[in-house]
Design a protein around this ligand. Structure first.
Ligand SMILES: Nc1nc2c(ncn2[C@@H]2O[C@H](COP(=O)(O)OP(=O)(O)OP(=O)(O)O)[C@@H](O)[C@H]2O)c(=O)[nH]1
Length: 214
């Protein structure tokens, strides 16, 4: 593998939130993505849980995702502002077999956008996950056109039908989210990374940025 510097690849650490109603599959999606594992057993998350996923993005870039698995019941608590602080991306998850969980998506997104934003005031990149697609033969509760429109109205970067059980589209959704964050960080480095408290390790110095950018 070729490296463009003796300093090694640039390493990013991104804080990513996973939010949505109770039992929609947030923990299961993270377990599938990070540990390649699925369990039917349901144990509600209390407060928040964490997982770390490392991605060799390309030969010059390593991305570490710090995944914050936030309990569904937290929408009614007063800790979300604390949990959301300095997040650079988010997934909002709903359960395609329970329309009420889709009805709550806009509330989660509004709560998110009210409490965290990018330096320029725009919402952080956020991907909507229509989870448990393995359980619906007819497909989505909503049509593709309706989902596209909903995402536009609510400023989601993209949406995917996912299944933690059968490992459908989880990697794709994560790639979309990470590429959106990288696009933003590439345009706003280094002040953005500094101000958000992100770790940028082994950064390749350029003319305007000598030495450590941490
Ligand atoms: N069929 C199917 N079941 C799933 C899928 N994802 C999760 N489940 C099941 O749904 C239940 C809830 O999943 P969790 O991952 O614990 O849900 P959660 O969103 O983390 O729940 P809270 O911690 O309460 O917010 C569990 O019984 C899982 O096995 C999926 O893609 N397909």
């Amino acid at each position: 593998m070729s490296r463009n510097s003796s300093l090694g690849p640039t390493e990013y650490l991104f804080k990513i939130l996973v939010i949505g109603e109770l039992g929609t599959g947030k923990t299961s999606i993270i377990k599938r993505y990070v540990h390649k594992f699925f369990s039917q057993h349901y144990r509600a998350t209390i407060g928040v849980d964490f997982a770390l996923k490392s991605l060799e993005w390309d030969s010059n870039t390593v991305v570490r995702l710090q995944l914050w698995d936030i309990a569904g019941q937290e929408r009614f608590g007063n800790m979300t502002r604390v949990y959301y602080k300095d997040a650079l991306g988010a997934f909002v998850v709903f359960d395609v077999t329970r329309p009420a969980t889709f009805d709550a998506v806009a509330k989660w997104k509004q709560d998110l956008d009210a409490k965290v934003s990018l330096e320029d005031g725009t919402p952080i990149p956020c991907v909507l996950l229509a989870n448990k697609c393995d359980e619906t033969k007819e497909g989505m509760v909503n049509s593709v056109a309706k989902m596209d429109e909903f995402c536009k109205e609510n400023m989601f970067t993209a949406w995917y039908e996912t299944s933690a059980k059968e490992n459908v589209h989880i990697d794709d959704a994560a790639k979309t989210l990470v590429s959106q964050i990288l696009k933003y960080t590439a345009q706003n480095k280094p002040t953005y990374l500094k101000s958000k408290g992100q770790v940028l390790l082994n950064s390749v110095p350029n003319d305007s940025q000598k030495g450590c950018s941490c």
